[in-house]
Design a protein around this ligand. Structure first.
Ligand code: KIV
Ligand code: ZN
Length: 546
């Protein structure tokens, strides 16, 4: 930390230091999910309100305590997303809905306007406190930052009695000044003090000591919270150190997504506490861990961020054993090489018993059991895709169904392009060639193009038929499940210079060229959806993000 010499050596982790300061149940760890706010700030991720709602509904099934749904003043889209989530997910018995706000009074007002329909809501007010942020970004002195803190928190408190305050870049802020700001925030009514390690500068024992020091030095009734970024790969470790030192809220993202190297991963922090109760005696976490794998897959699909194979808890290989000795051990007794039961984190999916003779009702019921409510055009389109798949694939798994449904979600919101036909030819002798027929609002477009390979030819033909200016900037292929008839899962990332935005799209099919074409069209349709919003607002978002 900036001034770590000022922190006395402290025996952090002693039981008497583990009670939350002030209000709240000291045995309960609040899981504050910020996938839809900080996670959405990852480079290249742009979720629209429908996609955000889909993720929020799944986070509610996961039973997180808080969902930070967005930063309402940053764009109309974010306002709409927070407002919709507040109305439909923030119901009685559901999670508390939070939203971010700068200290500006008009930001706080807008934040509250977005949150108002929620049964329970929180305004999260932040301002930078480190010398570098104050000099180069805020252009404010210490007195001004304190005055802003008091004004923003007081305004927030006039709306709700659940107010969080964050001194941004806390770990590079001189301690005395940070304590002054935090005391001012508590005196103005903040009920949660969040300590952001904004640039991932913390080291576990130092960050733990900082949390404990704040608890001892800032009087009042509040809950301490951690918000750790992963620039040194220490976000989970730092969050856990904060918890041991008395923090009773952790701010986390699914799959650890977020600015730059990301935030602490929800699944890692939660499972560490579940698997090592000896290190966190009596600490309770309310998350339904069986929903973790599904939540991870959904976030990955909608954000276009693949989950690395060896990612802890939710990675494809987290429960795979390669060496003979390990396989032998696990077959005799699972615990020989596994500390987590794969079922407890939803890594062993239920087999869906749908086949090509299944009807619409059975399909809709199965999808509903997976927690996905499909209606109208989305249901029709997903059902058609399911039937096509059932003709080509013997066994349809839950992961396959999720992949199809994710591809179709939100499509009804714009008149997007549909792939009517795709023909490709190529090989080692002939030049690769593709013919595509696209349709949109009753209009058909056809194009034939050559390319460097069959996938490239298909992309060129789609570009020409749709007359798009978008440029391909990312391409990734993986298999949804194993086996010869596995679904190819393709991720395409397109960039539009016109709106200065990158979007991703996914496509699935047993045929990789078709999956690629579908992914390309999916991204193109999302881009059109964003373009149909105000261009100014999209550009605005980059300018006033935290
Ligand atoms: O990393 C950070 O400092 C933040 C704050 C806005 C809490 O995301
Ligand atoms: Zn952050």
């Amino acid at each position: 930390m900036q001034d770590s010499t000022q922190i006395e050596e402290m025996p952090w982790g002693q039981p008497e230091n583990q009670a939350a300061s002030g209000g709240g149940d000291s045995n309960r760890l609040i899981i504050f999910d910020t996938t839809l706010r900080d996670g959405e700030q990852s480079p290249g991720i742009s979720l629209d309100p429908v996609e955000k709602l889909e993720i929020a509904e799944q986070l509610a099934r996961l039973k997180v305590d808080y969902i930070e749904a967005g930063f309402p003043v940053s764009s109309e889209g974010d306002f709409e997303a927070v407002n919709t989530i507040a109305r439909t997910v923030g119901v009685e018995g559901g999670p508390v809905i939070a939203a971010l706000s700068r200290t500006h009074l008009s930001d706080v007002d807008r934040c509250w306007e977005a949150l108002a329909p929620a049964h329970r809501s929180r305004i999260h007010v932040f301002i930078s406190t480190s010398p570098t942020h104050m000099e180069h970004m805020l252009k404010m002195n210490q007195e001004q930052v304190i005055a802003e803190t008091v004004a923003g928190v007081t305004r927030a408190r006039s709306y709700t009695n659940d107010v969080e305050f964050s001194p941004q870049d806390a770990t590079r802020t001189p301690l005395d000044f940070m304590l002054e700001v935090l005391r001012a925030a508590v005196d103005s009514g903040a009920t949660t003090l969040n300590i952001p390690d904004t640039v991932g500068y913390g080291i576990p024992w130092d960050f733990g000591a900082l949390i404990q020091y704040i608890r001892n030095q800032v009087p009042g009734s509040y809950i301490l919270s951690t918000h750790c970024h992963n620039d040194l790969g220490l976000a989970t470790a730092n969050s856990l150190a904060g918890v041991r030192a008395g923090a009773r809220q952790v701010e986390v993202c699914i799959n650890g997504i977020g600015e730059r190297a990301g935030n602490a991963a929800l699944e890692e922090v939660v499972m560490a506490i579940r698997i090592r109760p000896d290190q966190f005696p009596g600490l309770q976490v309310g998350v339904n861990t069986e929903e973790l794998a599904k939540t991870s897959r959904l976030v990955s699909r909608l954000t276009g961020y693949p989950v690395q194979y060896n990612k802890a808890v939710v990675g494809k290989n987290a429960f795979a054993h390669e060496s003979g000795i390990h396989q032998h051990g696990v077959l005799s007794e699972r615990t020989t090489y596994e500390i987590i039961d794969a079922k407890s984190v939803g890594q062993i999916g239920k087999q869906i018993v749908l086949g090509k003779h299944s009807g619409r009702h059975a399909f809709r019921d199965s999808v509903a059991k997976m927690g996905l409510e499909l209606q109208g055009e989305t249901l029709n389109a997903a059902f058609v895709r399911f039937k096509e798949l059932a003709d080509r694939k013997v066994e349809i798994t839950e992961a396959d169904l999720e992949a199809i449904v994710a591809e179709e979600i939100g499509v009804e919101l714009v008149e997007g392009w549909t792939l009517e036909a795709l023909e490709v030819s190529g090989g080692t002798v002939a030049s690769p060639k593709a013919r595509v027929v696209l349709s949109r609002s009753g209009e058909k477009k056809e194009s034939v193009c050559e390319g460097n390979g069959m996938i490239d030819a298909a992309f060129q033909a789609i570009r020409s038929a749709s007359s798009t200016d978008a440029v391909l900037v990312g391409f990734n292929v993986s298999a949804v499940t194993g086996g010869m008839d596995a679904l190819g899962d393709v991720l395409v990332q397109l960039e539009s210079e016109e709106v200065g935005l990158k979007v991703s799209g996914r496509g699935v099919s047993t045929d990789v060229v078709e999956a690629s074409a579908r992914a390309y069209l999916n991204a193109l349709n999302r881009l059109d959806r964003f373009k149909s919003r105000s261009l100014g607002m999209i550009q605005n978002k980059g300018e006033i993000g935290p």
